[in-house]
Design a protein. Sequence first.
Length: 204
Amino acid sequence: MPRVLTKTDVAEFRDRLCEIAERLFAEQGPQAVSMRQLATELGVSPMTPYRYFKDKDDILAAVRASGFDRFAVALEAAAASADPADERGRAVGDAYVRFALEHPAAYRLMFDLEQPTETDHPNLMRAVGRARATLTGYIDGLIREGRIQGDPATIALSFWASVHGLIVLRLAGKLSDEVDFEAARAAMVGALARGFSPRPSSGS
């Protein structure tokens, strides 16, 4: 008869399984990783993971939620460390890039993976929303301070898409040695900021 698991037992095993799954999913792709392989990596029986997760899709959702939560913690700390809005935006941007480059496996699973059942996992949706709130929150501050103008959602998407694209190229090894990552990032962000700058009135 299986022993009764405490909440601590469950949490610790889930964390261990997610850590291994994050690495394997990123290296091989979720479709190539089996529950048996995960169990073998953990040194447990093939059925043991099913005591903690419904299926592999449930594990993938938990791995991605963990990534988004860690990502959100980094962004929130950065946002709380700087003021006014332009300094806050710079700090959040730095934290974003730092997380992506220090945790490439988590980053790829978070953003470069389509999970059709995403909405079936409330914890994942919560974690995604938490990270998104900080990613877009500093834009509202820039608009209030009159530094940029336009639709906040569109502006946030523009900044995110540019930085994300540069990071993906970096992680894929597609940037030549001549490309200065930080210089390219600064040029892109600067161009976007100028593009969204308030326009002078026709009477000025």
